[in-house]
Design a protein around this ligand. Structure first.
Ligand SMILES: Cc1ncc(COP(=O)(O)O)c(C=O)c1O
Length: 349
């Protein structure tokens, strides 16, 4: 028996993993800490019961895309939906990346961008940013000089938390024919959206998700606001019937309940600002955030602090491989954040 030989380098790649542990405060994956209300669940249950699951779903997800377009104030022909923003990003790379085509990422940033660039056989071209990790005109020029096929901008950026200037996105879009992908997974929490650029720059694609502000990480819904040409290209690479009828139903109902989801934003921002306000007193360096999480550098070895927090029932994200000596905590409920702060005090004492 001979084992199959995978593509070169595959076995060097660790499967994506953020620990999924049953602890009192799960603050490591930037989810919304509050579930959607009972009325949402009721409507979803009714909608699921009425689905004809022996039939394929609407391949074009037309109703959902129309509702998304209305929500975003964007033409429906330029609006796309998929299974989480990760799938949208993968589809964009399938269409615009690939062998011999450069994919620029500004590091430190969301690690899935470079991982998916590799998975889709693109040529990764990383550019590093210095603290406070804002992309400058000079950085944009460095990116354009590489003549990339795709440039990623994450705004607000994960894991650093800062939003990037829309002016720089415009410079990137105006400076060449690369596809500029703006990952706005956290835009509802802060920062200026680049979606307004799409009308003038058909090479801009804004990617968003229902996993954070919409409190629907479990449903896997992401969407893209782009030009009709980009959406047509996504249609060419997507799998047939990629978005299940269940997902489409959940997305539609979530949009009907968007006031419920958006009402939670202020509470989450308050907890983020509470974390930012309290960490300096513990001699912890906390970086300003426009998102629903905070990157911080403790005065003790970060791995040790991560472990100490976990021992006290608080799971945060170890970011040391992305930003040296740093951890990231999601803004949870007041109780979860209280638990995080007292556990951190104990660990640092
Ligand atoms: C910047 C960024 N983009 C995209 C995603 C993925 O979101 P989704 O759940 O929509 O795939 C995340 C998830 O943490 C993220 O941080």
């Amino acid at each position: 028996m001979t084992p199959a030989v995978p593509r070169r380098g595959l076995r060097d790649l660790e499967p994506y993993q953020a620990p999924q542990l049953e602890v009192a405060a799960r603050l490591n994956t930037n989810e919304c800490p509050y579930p959607l209300p009972e009325s949402f669940r009721g409507e979803l249950g009714d909608a699921v019961r009425a689905l004809e699951l022996h039939r394929y779903p609407d391949r074009e997800a037309q109703e959902l895309r129309e509702a998304l377009a209305k929500h975003a104030g964007h033409p429906v022909e330029g609006t796309w939906a998929a299974n989480g923003s990760n799938e949208v990003i993968e589809q964009l790379l399938l269409a615009y990346g690939g062998p011999g085509r450069r994919v620029v990422v500004f590091q430190p940033t969301y690690v899935l961008h470079e991982r998916l660039a590799w998975v889709t056989h693109g040529d990764l071209f990383p550019l590093s940013l210095d603290e406070p990790w804002s992309i400058s005109t000079h950085d944009a020029a460095r990116a354009l000089a590489a003549q990339p096929a795709v440039v990623f901008v994450c705004s607000p950026n994960n894991p650093t938390g800062n939003a990037q200037p829309v002016e720089v996105v415009e410079e990137l879009a105006a400076g060449g024919d690369s596809l500029v992908v703006v990952d706005e997974a956290y835009i509802e929490f802060g920062g200026r959206s680049a979606a307004g650029l799409v009308a003038g720059y058909p090479n801009v694609a804004v990617v968003r998700t229902f996993s954070k502000a919409f409190a629907l990480a479990g449903a896997r819904i992401g969407y893209c606001l782009a030009s009709p040409e980009v959406v047509d290209d996504l249609r060419r690479v997507r799998l047939p019937y990629h978005l299940s009828a269940l997902t489409q139903a959940a997305g539609l109902i979530a949009l009907r309940h968007k006031e419920d989801a958006l009402a939670i934003l202020d509470a989450v921002r308050q907890e983020r600002d509470r974390i930012l306000g309290e960490l300096p007193a513990l001699e912890v360096r906390a970086f300003p955030s426009d998102a629903n999480f905070v990157l911080f550098r403790p005065p003790k070895p970060a791995r040790e602090v991560w472990r100490g927090l976990l021992d006290r029932g608080v799971l945060v994200r170890d970011m040391t491989s992305v930003v040296p000596d740093c951890l990231r905590v999601t803004a949870g409920t007041p109780e979860e954040v209280g638990r995080f702060l007292s556990a951190l005090k104990e660990v640092l004492a």
